[in-house]
Design a protein around this ligand. Structure first.
Ligand code: HEM
Length: 476
């Protein structure tokens, strides 16, 4: 009777040993079979970091792609990397074999946003949180936000009109931040709103500064402001917990969530995810909106066509006295194509980062464990094989859907942007009110690009705005 358990233990031990040796052999085989992709690793330690940052990063990637093909290796910011510029390779990493690659961000950024925010995670925790974020940003939920987003767009535009010159990007940031707050909290008390805005701005400034945590540095100020943000968020959550549990906004979802063991999310987990969503929502949307204004300004014929499309809706809505409906926002084909083409042209998220969690083989190439992997969205969006004359701004190209996996402004797979419908909705609403009631003029010849870190038109696109006087008002 006692022999049986001993026998089972020995058997289990032998199985474990066998699995260990087999997996070692498999790894050795993979290393012998597959080779690293072509490319250069640059200087010891610094790799090719200087080459990348001394020029437009997109030029760096384009030169490499031309020299080495769609898959190449390099070494930047102290990490060996493999860059992917083919739709299939990108799909492999982000969709079909996503479990072999984890998201990876610099520790300083993770600390600033909050380590429990969903984009730093994989697996069960990520899946649970993503469901919550997705349902608070689903079409059914965001359609109810239209009247509030409209009010925010109108108030922003009114505040720009007649002022001297405004920095379009900065103003768009204020607008996208308000919409972000709306999607997270629904209506928020004025007192909290001011405190959040003030501290969030300090965090935003420090986020891209050099991470030296010495008193007086932008980074240090941002870390302190981030701590205050946690306190404010905890206060907001606690103050009206009962009421918030019933809400369909993100805070409501985060508060009601229980995992399989019945555990609620901690206050820190909730706070990190709120900050995470606000971060993901603000600069991205503001940058795309700034590009849209630039592209429309550069092509007056296109602008007239967009105006004509929007005027029809405006007149149907009794000269803007009635609110836009969800169906109307879904029926702006030309404006929608302008948004898609702006997302392609500007490709504000040029690439993303992942890290291989094991040795991986792709198309005969080895992606070693621990190496960074970067799907290069911009290179794919600017490849003439997928988008003819890619340097031309041409919304009509979207009359035909792009080939699968060639258009990924919102990413792809398990980490794809859950806020994409909200981003498109707020852009449509702002454009509607802008072109039906306002005129604008870009100041100076703005053809350059700035990185902050997303690409933005030079100097944030300085512009003047005027309110158009309607024929009715003129007759009076
Ligand atoms: C035009 C505006 C936007 C663009 C171009 C954009 C783009 C992206 C991209 C490319 C990713 C995937 C990154 C990766 O795979 O590493 C992403 C993720 C994300 N975005 Fe957006 N985004 C925009 C607006 C928004 C908005 C408005 C929200 C929320 C209100 C939002 C929330 C998020 C979140 C939470 C993630 C992380 C998802 C996850 O890790 O599962 N984004 N976004």
């Amino acid at each position: 009777m006692e022999i049986l358990p001993t026998f089972i233990y020995i058997l289990l031990f032998l199985c474990g040993l066998l699995t260990y040796f087999l997996s070692k052999k498999q790894k050795r085989n993979l290393k012998q079979r597959a080779k690293l992709p072509p490319g250069s690793m640059g200087w010891p330690y610094i790799g090719e970091t200087l080459q990348l940052y001394s020029q437009d990063p997109n030029v760096f990637f384009a030169i490499k792609q031309k020299r080495y093909g769609d898959i190449f290796k390099t070494h930047i910011l102290g990490c060996p990397c493999i860059m992917l510029a083919s739709p299939e390779a990108t799909r492999f990493v982000l969709v079909t074999q996503a479990h072999l690659f984890k998201p990876t961000y610099p520790k300083s950024k993770e600390k600033m946003i909050g380590p429990s925010a969903l984009f730093f995670h994989q697996g069960e925790y990520h899946t649970h949180l993503r469901k919550l974020v997705q349902s608070s940003l689903s079409p059914e939920t965001i359609r109810k936000l239209i009247p509030d987003i409209e009010a925010m767009a109108i108030s922003a535009l009114d505040s720009w009109a007649g002022r001297q010159v405004i920095n379009t990007f900065h103003e768009m940031k204020k607008f996208s931040f308000k919409v972000g707050i709306l999607s997270v909290f629904g209506q928020l008390d004025g007192k909290y709103w001011e405190e959040l805005k003030e501290n969030y701005c300090i965090v935003d400034k420090g986020y891209n500064s050099f991470p030296t945590n010495l008193p007086g540095t932008s980074y240090n100020k941002a870390i302190l402001a981030r701590k205050r943000l946690n306190q404010i968020l905890i206060e907001i959550i606690c103050e009206s917990k009962e009421k918030r549990l019933l809400e369909k906004d993100l805070v409501g979802h985060l508060l009601s969530f229980k995992d399989q063991k019945g555990q609620l999310l901690t206050e820190d987990q909730i706070a990190d995810n709120i900050i995470g969503v606000l971060f993901a929502a603000q600069d991205t949307t503001a940058s795309v909106l700034s590009w849209i204004l630039k592209y429309l300004n550069d092509d007056q014929k296109l602008l007239e066509a967009v105006k004509a499309e929007q005027k029809t809706i405006y007149e149907l809505n009794n000269e803007g006295k009635q609110r836009l409906t969800w169906t109307q926002t879904r029926n702006m084909p030309l404006t929608f194509r302008v948004i898609l083409e702006s997302l392609r042209m500007a490709s504000i998220i040029s690439f993303t980062f992942r890290e291989a969690v094991v040795d991986v083989e792709y198309e005969g190439y080895l992606i070693p464990k621990g190496w960074k992997v970067m799907p290069l969205f911009r290179n794919i969006h600017h490849n003439p094989e997928f988008f003819t004359e890619p340097q031309n701004f041409d919304p009509s190209r979207f009359e035909v859907p792009p080939k699968p996996n060639t258009f990924m402004p919102f990413g792809n797979g398990v980490h794809a942007c859950p806020g994409n419908e909200l981003a498109k909705l707020e852009m449509l609403i702002l454009i509607h009110h802008l072109v039906t009631k306002f005129r604008w003029e870009v100041v100076g010849s703005q053809s350059g690009i700035e990185y902050g870190p997303f690409p933005v038109p030079q100097n944030g696109l300085p512009a003047r705005f005027w309110k158009e006087t309607s024929t009715q008002e003129m007759c009076l």
